[in-house]
Design a protein around this ligand. Structure first.
Ligand SMILES: [Zn+2]
Length: 132
């Protein structure tokens, strides 16, 4: 029973972090910062970086939510790699962001999965394993 309880708590944490990424996407779009995309990076159960799309407000075509969050997390950690981190994105990352995520090397990436109506779906970087 304790295992199930802790597993459910972990899922609630994941939902919380994903909701935060989605909230960022909505709030930043309404504020006129850019497209409706948000991302958070988590380490040891805490959000260490937040990002949202700033392409149109900064005239920076690379200012996607994931890249913004990765830059902030790397600054926070003083490292170019995100060892022990998880990234939550409000959408499927574009090829540029997938490249940035690959090079930043977080332990896991979670993204929404809109086509099947599931709230959350995640993939392990570097493997074909998916879990719901
Ligand atoms: Zn992108």
């Amino acid at each position: 029973m304790d295992f199930l309880k802790s597993k459910n708590l972990k899922m609630e944490e994941k939902k919380y972090f994903m909701r935060e990424a989605i909230r960022l996407s909505i709030d930043s779009m309404r504020a006129g910062n850019g497209g409706p995309f948000g991302a958070v990076i988590v380490k040891n159960g805490k959000i260490i970086a937040r990002g949202f799309n700033k392409v149109t407000s900064t005239n920076d075509p690379t200012a996607h939510a994931e890249v913004v969050a990765i830059r902030e997390a790397c600054t926070e950690l003083g490292s170019f790699q995100l060892e022990g981190c998880e990234i939550y994105t409000s959408c499927e990352p574009c090829p540029m962001c997938l490249g940035a995520i690959y090079w930043a090397r977080p332990d896991k990436m979670y993204r929404t999965y809109p086509y099947c109506g599931l709230f959350i779906c995640y993939s392990y970087i570097g493997s074909s394993k998916n879990e719901l």
